[in-house]
Design a binder for this molecule. Structure first.
Ligand SMILES: CC(C)(COP(=O)(O)OP(=O)(O)OC[C@H]1O[C@@H](n2cnc3c(N)ncnc32)[C@H](O)[C@@H]1OP(=O)(O)O)[C@@H](O)C(=O)NCCC(=O)NCCS
Length: 269
């Protein structure tokens, strides 16, 4: 798959039938006003410097012998050790599921990683005995990058963006990566819970993400455990005759998003 194709995979080219029906129902003026309002929502979401500020209870997480602190980051402000950390963890976790597509995908991910619109939540492991101390430090206004630069404490991250998907404002999870040694301890579920809260706080109508079909454990995690569903915009729903290596999953928070991103009836192929 070439780089352009891989980049395009996050958006479907076909306009779902449901989106057309919904749009026809609205008068032109209403459509324009809605488009403007949705763009404003995205702009306002990006204007917030630290999404974690709204969720102080989520800055620290302690479970199954694991104690972590969370910190926000932005693609255009990543220190070099953190960029290296992201690249290494992506290779470790994703080279297998991507198989022969990995080389091309790795290049795409390197570009996506530093995009100014790339929002991050970094997960830092902390010494249990210092957990309280660290929480206090992170809750206070902390704009320095000192701890971010210490990538040795990182154990995972989420990369997400606020985008319009089929003209619906959504939080799109580009990456959710947890180091193998801390997987299965509830961290992934905790991070997705936080992501959904961030989405709703910013009036996004859904959370969306892309999963490689070969990534069976992640697929199971999202669909069985977190109850995400295959989106109507996923290639397998848009055109089942064309085989692709990935699915687009979603969880919606509004009727409009449900109609456009979930419901697949009335489609003719
Ligand atoms: C997928 C991933 C993010 C899940 O995070 P995690 O911290 O390991 O998952 P959690 O410990 O939070 O699991 C939450 C629940 O899902 C279950 N679960 C986790 N992995 C599972 C799997 N492979 N199959 C079935 N259930 C699974 C857990 O048992 C847990 O259930 P419980 O709440 O009843 O105890 C993590 O394993 C990972 O980073 N994998 C590699 C990178 C990757 O594939 N990312 C997704 C790319 S789209």
């Amino acid at each position: 798959m070439d780089t352009e194709t891989v980049q395009r995979r996050r958006r479907t080219n076909a306009t779902p039938h449901n989106a057309v029906v919904t749009e026809k129902r609205l008068k032109r003026g209403e459509v324009l006003a809605k488009k403007k309002a949705d763009k404003l929502l995205i702009k306002e979401a990006y204007a917030k410097k630290d999404q974690l500020a709204s969720f102080p209870a989520y800055r620290h997480f302690q479970i199954n012998g694991l104690s972590v602190c969370l910190k926000s980051g932005h693609g255009d402000k990543l220190p070099s050790p953190v960029k290296r950390y992201i690249q290494n963890l992506l290779k470790l976790n994703m080279e297998g599921p991507y198989g022969s597509e990995w080389q091309a995908e790795e290049k795409v991910k390197r570009v996506e990683m530093v995009d100014p619109e790339a929002c991050y939540i970094f997960v830092h492991e902390v010494d249990n005995s210092k957990a309280g101390e660290m929480t206090t430090m992170l809750t206070a206004e902390d704009t320095s990058t000192s701890r971010l630069e210490d990538s040795s404490l990182l154990v995972g991250f989420v990369h997400y963006r606020f985008v319009l998907e089929e003209e619906v404002p959504v939080l799109y999870v580009y990456e959710l990566q947890v180091e193998p040694r801390v997987q299965g301890k509830g961290l992934g579920k905790f991070l997705m819970e936080l992501i959904e809260l961030i989405a709703q706080k910013n009036c996004m109508s859904a959370v969306m993400l892309t999963v490689q079909k070969a990534n069976l454990s992640a697929m199971k995690f999202y669909t069985s455990k977190l109850r995400y569903i295959i989106s109507a915009t996923s290639p397998s729903k848009v055109n089942p005759k064309i085989e692709t290596s990935y699915e687009i999953l979603c969880r919606t928070f509004s009727d409009e998003a449900k109609t456009i991103l979930e419901v697949t009836e009335n489609k003719s192929f």
